[in-house]
Design a protein around this ligand. Structure first.
Ligand code: SF4
Ligand code: SF4
Length: 214
């Protein structure tokens, strides 16, 4: 009987509760920062070109072989405007075949590819999501703007600054430690000596009263 009442109470409470279901696709819940969407290529705004140098490491490592690309000489490097000798000429990812494993991001040495927040890319055609270089770069730019993306140069500068600070701090801390240690020993010894010198004569060597004195 009691359990029946408890069950009815639970049903009543649930039926009066405000619904928590989002009516997708009309309603979209906010995405978390760590949301993993489809891969996108990042854009170097300082130079005005993709970070991708077309090394093809990601293409070779992709388990579903949904990526392809070609490399070319970078004209901006010849003009002294870019640090990259080579750059990507054409790039394509068939996002319909991508399994969002993130291996391409892991193997890229240039932070040129990131798992963006893009996830709503369904298409009626089987190959409808073959995304070329401009599309992938647009996705990347959007992701860079939305997230707290740090460029490789900024990351390198921050690491160098951290290392430099650690190098400066380490000897200073060691010197401070060395300075503190003998001082404290000396002061302890001095205090001990002072205590001894001020002690009344005979203190510390107090003898037990003899039988006669008693
Ligand atoms: S996330 Fe995985 S499957 Fe998708 S393109 Fe990158 S390596 Fe290929
Ligand atoms: S995204 Fe990275 S790994 Fe892939 S081709 Fe470009 S530079 Fe190479």
């Amino acid at each position: 009987m009691l359990n029946t009442l408890k069950g009815m109470l639970m049903t009543l409470r649930t039926s009066l509760r405000k619904p928590v279901t989002a009516q997708y696709p009309k309603e979209h819940l906010p995405l978390m920062e760590r949301q993993v969407g489809f891969p996108a290529l990042t854009w170097d705004a300082d130079v005005g070109e993709p970070y991708c140098v077309g090394c093809m490491v990601c293409v070779r490592m992709c388990p579903t072989q949904c990526m392809s690309g070609t490399m070319m000489d970078n004209p901006l490097h010849a003009e002294g405007k870019s640090p990259r000798r080579k750059m990507i000429e054409e790039f394509e990812i068939n996002l319909g075949r991508c399994i969002l494993c993130g291996i391409c991001v892991e193997v890229c040495n240039f932070d040129a590819i990131e798992m963006s927040h893009e996830h709503e890319i369904s298409h009626y055609a089987r190959d409808g999501r073959r995304s070329d270089l401009p599309v992938l770069l647009e996705m990347g730019k959007k992701y860079q703007a939305e997230s707290n993306w740090i460029s490789p140069a900024e990351r390198k500068a921050a690491l160098a600054a951290e290392k430099a600070a650690a190098v400066v701090e380490a000897p200073a801390a060691a010197a401070e430690e060395t300075k503190d240690t003998p001082d404290s020993d000396t002061s302890a010894a001095t205090a001990e000596e002072t205590k001894d010198a001020n002690a009344p004569a005979g203190e510390g060597t107090k003898a037990e009263p003899t039988e006669e004195a008693k």
